[in-house]
Ligand binder design. Structure first.
Ligand code: PLP
Length: 478
């Protein structure tokens, strides 16, 4: 404390006018030695704004009868404001929702070697679109095209911003102003407003619905062709399953029908695993290489779902069709950055090496985490969660089922374990809401899911157990 003197919070003020007059001027606060470290760390602009905002708040409080603040309280409040406006909005969180590839929480996690590749691309110049052998302009897709050809068996490949963009671009480049045939059962909506009929409209294509919701037969497709048909599309129904009395046309047959009518066959796979997940004890997911082998001319899939890489939309297939797709002006608008390409190349290299995938792909590690390990973590953290929740909650460990997420493998669940906090007594809905809110208000917010009148914290995706433990212990029960 320097020359600044304020009455302590305990001293009575002689009415708000006197108290207001006792508030220091902005410049006096800014030049005070006690705030010098904050000014040095954050710069004078941010600190000045925080000082002004805090003084305005104090004036409002004083007018409502509060005493003027102590210098220490004022300083703490100003520092708090500076920290709050400087903190990233992209807050890290503990994902205990049980959904591994969670779109709202950033989908796939990248491995260290992938992160290093991105960091290197950010720090310096790189041969992004530069052919070092020829000494001239190159094609940025070539950074990953060889790897994609090798991994999927496709003739050619290109990359755009996400799979929605991949589908939009493919439709526009191959079928604008023409008719596109798709089964009624595949008119999918993916979270975040990806609706197949809307994407078709945005691409300028006329959607022709074939068959019925639950059953589509080869003859339905045969009947739907006209002189204006340009494409047959199959969309992987990635976030739901139609069960019971169903029929769909298998890919090889659909490919044969499309080719007999002289039009390409496009498959939107969505999740896009590159390896057989059954080998890891996971449910089997269709692979782009299988769709191509079954006769698909073009296949699209996401980079940040089961592939476990960065957000991207990958388009693989016949060389002449990929060339048409790359020539479309929309491709330029949807192209990916060097950061995406660096991450995608490093991720694909992991698959190409086929070596220690679970250690190098964090998403795969989380998906394949053993239920007994998760249970052990639940038992270790149970006391801390019980203390944090307080006596109004019963805390126990329970088996549960994680979800893969992002529409991948919709009906499949992964056996997991959760800490379950159940309110005891009345007003349980409000108690649950308050507990969930307190967990979200922690420095690293903890996100679970409310189900059956309890808060479920599935620990499958918990990475830093010690940090969570410390955070819960630091807070204690309310
Ligand atoms: C997820 C998904 C999309 C959209 O992919 P994004 O990468 O989220 O843009 C499109 N089609 C299918 C079948 C999907 O599963």
């Amino acid at each position: 404390m320097t020359d600044l003197t304020l009455p302590g919070a305990g001293e009575a003020s002689e009415g708000s006018a006197t108290a207001l007059a006792q508030l220091p001027a902005v410049d006096r606060l800014l030049s005070d030695a006690a705030l010098a470290a904050t000014v040095a760390a954050y710069g004078p602009t941010l600190v000045k704004r925080a000082v002004q905002a805090e003084l305005a708040a104090q004036r409002a409080r004083i007018r409502e009868g509060a005493p003027p603040p102590s210098w220490a309280a004022l300083r703490t409040a100003i520092e708090e404001r500076v920290r709050a406006v400087s903190a990233s909005r992209l807050r890290p969180v503990f994902n205990l929702t049980g959904t591994v590839i969670h779109t709202n929480l950033g989908r796939a996690l990248l491995g260290e070697e992938v992160i290093e590749a991105v960091a290197a691309a950010m720090r310096g110049y790189c041969a992004l679109e530069y052919d070092l052998a020829a000494g001239g302009r190159g094609d940025r897709d070539e950074l990953v095209a060889d790897l994609l050809r090798e991994l999927t068996g496709a003739e050619a490949a290109t990359v755009v911003n996400n799979n929605a963009a991949a589908v939009l671009l493919t439709l526009k480049a191959l079928a604008a102003k023409k008719e596109v045939l798709i089964s009624r059962g595949e008119l999918i909506e993916i979270g975040g407003a990806f609706r197949m009929p809307d994407v078709m409209a945005a691409a300028g294509c006329r959607l022709v619905e074939v068959g019925t919701t639950n059953r589509t037969h080869p003859a339905d497709f045969e009947r739907a062709f006209t002189a204006r048909t340009a494409l047959v599309v199959k969309a992987h129904t990635s976030n739901y399953a139609i069960m019971g009395f169903t029929a769909s046309v298998p890919e090889p047959e659909l490919a044969r029908i499309a080719h007999a009518h002289g039009v390409p066959f496009v498959v939107d796979l969505g999740a896009g695993a590159l390896i057989d997940l059954a080998a890891y004890g996971l449910p089997r997911e269709p692979l782009p290489q299988h769709a191509l082998a079954a006769g698909a001319d073009v296949v699209t899939f996401s980079g940040d779902k089961l592939l476990g890489g960065p957000q991207a939309g990958i388009i693989v297939g016949r060389a002449d069709l990929i060339a048409r797709i790359k020539r479309d002006p929309l491709k330029r608008a949807l192209r990916v950055s060097k950061l995406t390409l660096a991450a995608l190349e490093a991720t694909l290299r992991i698959y190409a090496s086929a070596h220690r995938l679970r250690e190098r792909l964090p998403t795969l590690a989380l998906l394949t985490r053993n239920q007994q390990d998760i249970r052990a973590a639940c038992e270790r953290l149970l006391p801390a969660f019980a203390r944090f929740a307080g006596p109004q909650f019963a805390a126990r460990c329970e088996p549960c089922a994680s979800q893969i997420g992002s529409g991948a493998l919709p009906v499949e669940r992964l056996p997991s374990y959760a800490i379950v906090l159940t309110p005891v007594g009345r007003r349980s809905g409000r108690l649950l809401g308050e507990l969930a809110h307190r967990l979200r208000a922690l420095p690293v917010p903890v996100l679970g899911r409310v189900q059956d009148n309890a808060l479920w914290l599935d620990l499958r995706c918990l990475q830093d157990e010690a940090a969570l433990q410390r955070q819960l212990d630091g807070e204690g029960a309310a």
